[in-house]
Design a protein around this ligand. Sequence first.
Ligand code: AHR
Length: 643
Amino acid sequence: MRSISTFVILIASASCLAASPSFTIDASRSAGQVSPRLYGLMTEEINHSYDGGLYAELIRNRAFLDDAKSPVNWSVMTDAATRATIALDRANPLNDNLPTNLRLTVTQATKDQPAGVANSGYWGIPVHPKTQYRASLWARAEAGFSGPLTVSIVSNDGRTVYASENISGIAPGWKKFEVTLNTGKVAPTAQARFVVTLDRPGTVWLNLVSLFPPTWNDRPNGLRKDIMQMLVDLNPKFLRFPGGNYVEGIKIEDHFPWQKTLGPIDERPGHAGCWGYRSSDGMGLLEFLEWCEDMNAEPVLAVFAGYSLQGDYIKAGPQLEPFVKEAVDEIEYVIGDTNTIWGARRAKDGHPAPFKLNYVEIGNEDSFDKANTYDGRYAQICDAIKAKYPELKMISTIPWAQLGGRKADMVDQHDYSATDEFIQKARDYGSQIDRHGPEVFVGEWAAHEDASARPWDAAAQKLPPTPTMKAAIGDGVFMAALERNADVIKMQCYAPLLVNVNPGARQWRPNLIGYDALSTYGSPSYYAIQMFSRNLGDEILPVTPSGTSVQGCATRDSKTGKIIIKLVNPELAPQSLLIEIKSITSLKSKATVITLAGNPKDTNSLGRPRNVVPVTTTLRGVKPCFTYTLPPTSIVVIKLRAR
Ligand code: AHR
């Protein structure tokens, strides 16, 4: 990483008449109000974002539904002295939603040499020192066998038992068992498995085997603390969920089944995800909403709109009605009074208070619908929602102001571009926006380094899962363009947000935040977004760059008078700029500067999580006109205070 201290930060009063490269900020007027919801997050089940990611469940294939033929991610645990078999068994199921059990038959085992079944988790079970894990499972046994059954977290080589508890009282009928597993003073590792063993011959059936570490806000079916901290640190104002493609599903019947994601986890069947793996639906509608609450962000709810990824659609009209009802009911679950059917269900699920909701997105990327049926579908769904909830704003997924005669309140337009493309288009971004049309939501965007490895290309799979500093530069110029136009662009969010970095876990790149079972890190793009979202005024100030490739934006906090300038230097060389703040006669001489700089190829990873991070410094002698030198390939936030 290149240290910013190796570059001389030049600051001097200057005439501002000099014909040098300059960046002028006009503080005499505001070019518009910055939307209070500008920075948010977008999320869906991709790259093991939830299962094997944010959702803290550690057992993979906990309900034995991931594969119809074999208990994938489970393995029999025997050695030379023991004998056991495992198999899927659909006789005497736990309930209609979880119809498949795991049968464990032990034919040879002793106290000293137990046998059983192991789960390898999502690329390992994370063992943290002095930590309390909540293990639970449903079990029944053949007549005459009452246990005990032992649940443990054990090293992969079987030599270290990190935590262990016995369960007794197993009987021929299904019974739920819960135990606490406490680890001692151990070195953190993910080279571990969760095991269920018998110390004598016998047959048991298991279902919904679960293991949770401590979660954010101690929610029982909760979220991973380290990833949540990263998200909260982004200061998001909204969360767009549950997709993305995930809301649509590959086929109509695979769209996000919000009703089936409610209630106890041992009644959730899960569903086929659209990114090549099944979803447990432990991350259900209520968990999404509580996740918003825990981040102090408002939900931007995407409802299924009758179009799925393989191109099948439901025509507007009577056939669409069940889906329209589904969308309206979903909104009732989110904001309905407790005397409504779905509001009452929300209360039963533990959240009587309605959630805050202002925006509903109808579908996702419906411009891919070759049959052009969105107009009718949008109109029908929009009318039904507005009839019941006139206060809600509808987001269209195609960039048309009029859809089936209805005016969209907002349009969602996605932009995945290479850094050089963003540098080009960001300069004049304002002229591409229809200022008389609906509000704009850039509901998915990200810079990738190189146009030859677009996010969906196979070539992208060969690159690291998270982007480099070069991509952060693309993100920086794009965010500056969005901020300059934040009077019309009301919301924006990077996508995808999360990636499990283990081989085989991802379907897309680049992604903002990476993790494995044990730890997490932010990409340079993560820190760029953090710098932008945490430093934002409410008034847009017009800016004019001249004679420079630096792009930027400026906002003012109308309450404090603070002026926040954001500058992005895409060059490999430092750039000196004359910064002039027009119509300000005096400024406090000290300013705060936050700098993210590095070589274009620099990046962060699990091994080097803080290789490229922002550095905060104090700038002295600030005047309404001063010279500032930006380090090569850098993003700089300067916070000035009026005197
Ligand atoms: O962000 C990945 C995918 O890109 C989203 O699911 C989809 O909406 C877009 O095409």
